[in-house]
Design a protein around this ligand. Structure first.
Ligand code: SAH
Length: 403
């Protein structure tokens, strides 16, 4: 590697941060920087050194965030050029090619810092790809990344999604908006893709995340294997993903509950997309627009399998305790609606509540309802959503059967 010129942004970090970065953590906070040669601009490469001036790594600098540098590389000095980006994209995509066959064309290709692309997610929905950025560090590199994605993946269309915190900056400084089609045809109708042979739609322009909850694929498949002959209630159903697997798995009926009419309409379209699968067209599918907490509290109807997959109940650390209590309450409400032998599948996507806390909350709810149960399984992240550091982990699911 060339000796860095004086113009290169150099930061020296505290011993604690040194240890954290060496042990694999991808974030350097502003209060862990002991000195730096100058101020940097958003997205600029920052070379990180320990206090003895030894090279630690290279990251992308963000002057506007306390999370000041997000690591791209650690270890030996390295030039980050087109070839480097291309190699890392290729690695991530080749892994997916080995995991997914032709019956699954919707999956996450790049999962942020867990795969060395801090604050950047790339999802595939058939021939449409969605690039979601969570930090302004990427705008400086966007054209290069788009060119590389185009030549490596040959997508028909690439959609840009932006997290809320960077939308104003993107509009003002780069004339970019959430939902822009970076190349390919404008999106005139929902994009469709396959997940384990099911046809599903994704609202890639306005939908939550990048348009679909790809992170629940294996749990949905699991529900499909349990559903035969059962009356299934899918709470927080969104576009009906769990319901479709249950219907295909020969559930006697499936009921979606979601607060959003838009979500239920999408579920209706997803059932229609799979109308040629007899188990799905013959399954009784009901949709209820309601607040799940209120509906469960007011109704006495019983089911044989209940899915609880609420949105994050703790957006901030100080909401953690309240969220644990809410998960326990929700699990208790769900359990009251189960027939003997019934199954509860409960998920949490709150990064601030860890897996142990969440599983304990659900187990406690069952114990307090004086129910005997066996635990079928607990699961974490899907293979295409790897979590390689504590803050990168958010999803956990527990499945219980009443005995
Ligand atoms: N299980 C879904 C993803 C759920 S996302 C899947 O597999 O794709 C969370 C959903 O909860 C969203 O569709 C949102 O509209 C809905 N929601 C949020 N608060 C709600 C509430 N209080 N009651 C019912 N639905 C709610």
């Amino acid at each position: 590697m060339k000796k860095p010129s004086s113009a290169t942004l150099r930061v020296h970090v505290t011993p604690t941060a040194d240890w954290k970065l060496r042990s694999g953590h991808p974030w350097l906070f502003s209060d862990s920087i002991q000195k730096q040669n100058r101020e940097g601009k958003a997205g600029e490469f920052a070379i990180i050194y320990d206090r003895h001036d030894n090279f630690l790594g290279i990251g992308l600098y963000d002057p506007a965030s306390p999370l000041r540098v997000r690591l791209l590389h650690r270890g030996k000095p390295q030039v980050i050029d087109d070839q480097w980006w291309r190699m890392h994209l290729h690695e991530a995509v080749s892994r997916r090619n080995a995991w997914f066959g032709t019956d699954t064309t919707g999956y996450r290709c790049i999962n942020g810092e867990n795969e060395r692309w801090p604050a950047l997610v790339l999802d595939r929905y058939g021939s449409t790809y969605v690039l979601k950025l969570y930090s302004a560090i990427w705008f400086l590199h966007l054209q290069k990344i788009v060119d590389i994605l185009r030549s490596e993946l040959h997508p028909e269309r690439l959609v840009l999604r932006l997290s809320r915190n960077i939308q104003d900056h993107a509009r003002r400084e780069h004339s970019l908006s959430d939902g822009d089609v970076l190349f390919g045809e404008p999106v005139r109708e929902p994009v469709t893709f396959l997940e384990n042979g099911l046809r599903l739609e994704a609202d890639v322009i306005r939908g939550q995340k990048t348009g679909f909850f790809l992170d629940q694929r294996e749990n949905r498949k699991f529900v499909g294997t349990l559903a035969r002959g059962r009356e299934v209630l899918n709470c927080f159903s969104f576009s009906g993903g769990f319901s479709l697997y249950a219907a295909r798995g020969c559930a006697s009926s499936v009921t979606d509950i979601d607060i959003s009419e838009h979500a239920l309409e999408s579920s209706r379209r997803n059932f229609a997309l799979n109308n040629e699968t007899p188990e799905i067209s013959q399954c009784q599918h009901e949709m209820i627009q309601a607040n799940t907490f209120e509906w469960l509290a007011k109704n006495a109807r019983k089911f044989d399998l209940i899915v609880l997959d609420p949105p994050s109940l703790a957006k901030r650390e100080d909401e953690r305790a309240g969220a644990i209590a809410a998960y326990e309450k929700l699990a208790g409400l769900g359990l009251e609606h189960l027939r003997p032998g019934g199954i509860l599948v409960a998920s949490s996507c709150s990064a601030h509540v860890n897996a142990t806390e969440f599983f304990q909350a659900v187990r406690k709810a069952a114990t307090e309802c004086k129910l005997r149960f066996e635990e079928l399984q607990t699961t974490g992240h899907e293979i295409d959503h790897p979590a390689t550091f504590p803050e990168g982990s958010y999803l956990k699911t527990i499945s219980l059967r009443l005995v």
